[in-house]
Design a protein. Structure first.
Length: 296
């Protein structure tokens, strides 16, 4: 199984050994070939103390500890989804699920193609992050600057007297995603976006984030929080992992959307890491029992 943990859970395990130690997590994952999935944001959030001279966290040691676990990195989700959707639509076939996973963190950074460091045979996570900190320190502040813009966008959408339907507005969302990913299509945008909208399994991360955003927008009493931008980045990973932890608020919104779209997202997400680990341990025990019976 591929396991994605909210950043606070990663920090609690690797810094505070809560609710268990990193060594225990490593044993649980390796027991049946599970993998811990890290996103670009996960690593950036963990490394944030680099910007604070008074921080007590030894980031390099923390990253080295994390890299001892079986890890996959997830990135470029929107780019891969849009490319696959465009190819599927153009070829008159159904959308095929993408695999946005990488074995090394530096491959998550470049927009297209292999990174300039791809020839480095041994390039550990701690060194990659250190090089980023030295040469591109603003990358660690990127999501902080987005929060104010996000508040303004939500406020503007909530003030609309007659908002467009979700299907109508989705055309703008797809167009904006294409521009952000620096992709162009030789198709009518409305026709293409409507085709994507027809089935939730087409561009599932884009669709999940879109639906959750509009759930938040409709809930006038829900104030926009600092962690919303990072939470949406974590949310993008849900369609591609087997189990994940999210904060209680995002779990609730994701479960609502999952029910609406008829997906299994609500079965993957947990607020408490202990509950997720209980599922893993149960799965490990079941697999061991099955293997024992087959061997007997």
């Amino acid at each position: 199984m591929k396991i994605y943990l909210d950043t606070k859970d990663l920090i609690n395990v690797f810094e505070n050994s809560q609710p268990f130690s990193a060594e225990q997590l490593n044993e649980i994952l390796r027991a049946n070939g599970h993998e811990l999935v890290l996103s670009f944001l996960s690593v950036i959030e963990i490394s944030a103390p680099l910007l604070n001279r008074d921080a007590q966290t030894n980031v390099m040691r923390l990253l080295n500890s994390i890299e001892k676990l079986p890890i996959k990195y997830i990135s470029k989700i929107f780019n891969f989804e849009l490319k696959e959707a465009y190819n599927a639509f153009s070829e008159g076939r159904e959308y095929r699920q993408i695999s946005p996973f990488f074995n090394r963190f530096d491959y998550t950074i470049e927009d297209d193609g292999p990174p300039p460091t791809h020839d480095f045979i041994n390039y550990p996570l701690s060194e990659i992050v250190f090089d980023l900190w030295v040469h591109s320190p603003t990358i660690f502040k990127r999501f902080i600057t987005y929060t104010k813009k996000f508040r303004n966008i939500v406020s503007a959408d909530r003030s609309l007297v007659k908002p467009p339907t979700l299907r109508e507005n989705f055309v703008k969302t797809v167009g904006r995603a294409l521009r952000q990913e620096k992709l162009s299509i030789s198709l009518d945008l409305t026709t293409f976006a409507n085709w994507v909208f027809d089935k939730s399994e087409r561009c599932p991360s884009i669709r999940l984030g879109y639906e959750v955003y509009h759930k938040i927008t409709k809930n006038i009493g829900d104030k926009i929080q600092y962690g919303d931008i990072p939470d949406f980045s974590h949310l993008n990973c849900i369609p591609y992992v087997d189990l994940a932890t999210l904060d209680r608020r995002m779990c609730s919104y994701t479960a609502q959307v999952s029910t609406k779209l008829g997906t299994d997202y609500h079965k993957k997400i947990y607020v408490k890491l202990e509950e997720l680990i209980r599922i893993l341990i149960t799965s490990n025990t079941a697999n061991e029992t099955k293997h024992f019976k087959e061997s007997s």
